[in-house]
Design a protein around this ligand. Sequence first.
Ligand SMILES: Nc1ncnc2c1ncn2[C@@H]1O[C@H](COP(=O)(O)OP(=O)(O)OP(=O)(O)O)[C@@H](O)[C@H]1O
Ligand SMILES: [Mg+2]
Length: 582
Amino acid sequence: MSENKNLNVNFWKVYLWALSFFRVQIKFVLGLVFCGLIATAVEMLLPKYLQLFIDTIYPDKNMELFIISFIILPILIILMFYAKTLINRFHNIIGEQSSSSLQYASLNHLYELGLEYYENNTIGETFDLFNTSIKELQKLYRELVPEIIKQTIILFVCLLIMFQMSLILTCTIVASCFLYFLTGPFFEKRASVIVKEAAKKLTELNQGVFNGISAIPDVLIYSRVKWSISKILNQHVLYSKYGMKRTLWLYLRGAVRRGSIAIGSLGVFYIGAILVRSDSMSVGEFVSYTTYSYIVVRAFTEVITCMTEQKILIAQAEKLYIFHQRRPQLREPSAQKNLYSFRGDINVKNVKFGYNGNEVLKDISFCIPSGKTVALVGESGGGKTTVSKLIGRLYDSFGGSICLDEVNINEIPRDELLENMGFVFQDTYLFGKTIMENIRFGKPNASDEEVYEAAKSAHAHEFIKELSEGYNTLVGERGIKLSGGQKQRIAIARMFIKNPKIIILDEATSALDNNSEKEVQAAMISLLKGRTTLVIAHRLSTIIHADKIIVLQAGRIIEEGSYEELINNNGAFLMLLNGGVY
Ligand SMILES: Nc1ncnc2c1ncn2[C@@H]1O[C@H](COP(=O)(O)OP(=O)(O)OP(=O)(O)O)[C@@H](O)[C@H]1O
Ligand SMILES: [Mg+2]
């Protein structure tokens, strides 16, 4: 993690990284530029026509030119309309393709970072990253960059025409634009700092709201509604304070820009009037020039606004950039081995491991022959769940090796490894969807019949059928509408449908009532038949059925053997039993 905190983040690094998601087909960018040029050319012709009308058609009563322009003008306007429609379309395509490429890369990276990231960051923080930071940065592709391309084309073409019309007037306009650069950046910088602070406060507020919602049951039970609301409101007050400061600085920044442009426009009128009076410029030319100057000022304002927005967005995107720079602890093996004729033995040899420098597993060795069940028991915090995470390679061990048959798990592609394993964790995660979808999660392409079969094997079919909507019953967030025993049986059904060779089972610590216990136990016994199983046992019934029991204490194996052997040993296991742990 320290690697990530020390990153020297500067604007250009983040900006180039953000632009790297601009993976659109070049034809759309060329299309945008081409149509932009056509629309601009037509737009540029209109002030020229105005000049022609004032200087020639109207004074000379030239009907021929009037009729020609009467025919040509609508054609040009239709052409411009068509070009602008295409611009809009290319703009959208570019925006959407790049936005989805950022979304995809971020989600993919989140999964690559794996359990280590998940356990070290709050869900609220990650949710904010996806909900706020990504959405904000997507504005770069959806709005800002295409707009900058469009307006820059207009700006340059228009400036070229204006220079050709009057050097002195154009220099006045350009000078007024540069006037902005004397003071503008100061306000921009202040605005960027405040915007960044406001974004931080918004993140905290979002997290607060997220936590407030996730903790509803506890807030209600502890009668802490006022406390929860006032905590969120305090965060809101802080955010509002920065929000107001942000609005003020953004306004000041805009005011400086408008002020410099107003000075330029005044200059143009003043000098223009002198030029017209001295016959250096015709009235038509002056009117047409003023129209161009409005177009240029508008384009300049747009470009500057977009550029500043871009700066602010990039400042806000730093968090997302740092997230993307995190390297996953786990790497895919470079020389991969496959599990073609895999028997299902697990061999753990001299494994050491710790979290954030704290040693948790000291020197663990054991093996589970194919089809056998080993029960891991011991006091809370002894490292049992950690052993199961290492076997699934959710973390890499610091030393020693874990092999499936004779193949080190570091050499097996992660997808293949996890495809052969089934995990049932202490707290079963169910999606807030239907029972059918939750079971099908074990095998996304399973037919309805396969789901029913799995539920029957998991002793879950009966209770599911009795629910109001059967398999289509929604289980509530994290399965909150189901009982503990029902959730466990859904998790077991998932495993039946996945049908892995190895099962890692971290039994729920909470006790079930007798009936549920029996149902869950029966489901377990049929699930584990013929599969290599590591069960972190919290129930005596599971321990008795195991082929071997390992007692883990403070990261070391202190006793192992069959149930009878351990009872006869009169050691740590018996103490656990007598202490009422099982
Ligand atoms: N992600 C993590 N980051 C830091 N420390 C952790 C993490 N997960 C577990 N630990 C610590 O590692 C030690 C072992 O935890 P583990 O979950 O393996 O214990 P356990 O034997 O499964 O306990 P229980 O029977 O209560 O489930 C504990 O001290 C725990 O606080
Ligand atoms: Mg545990």
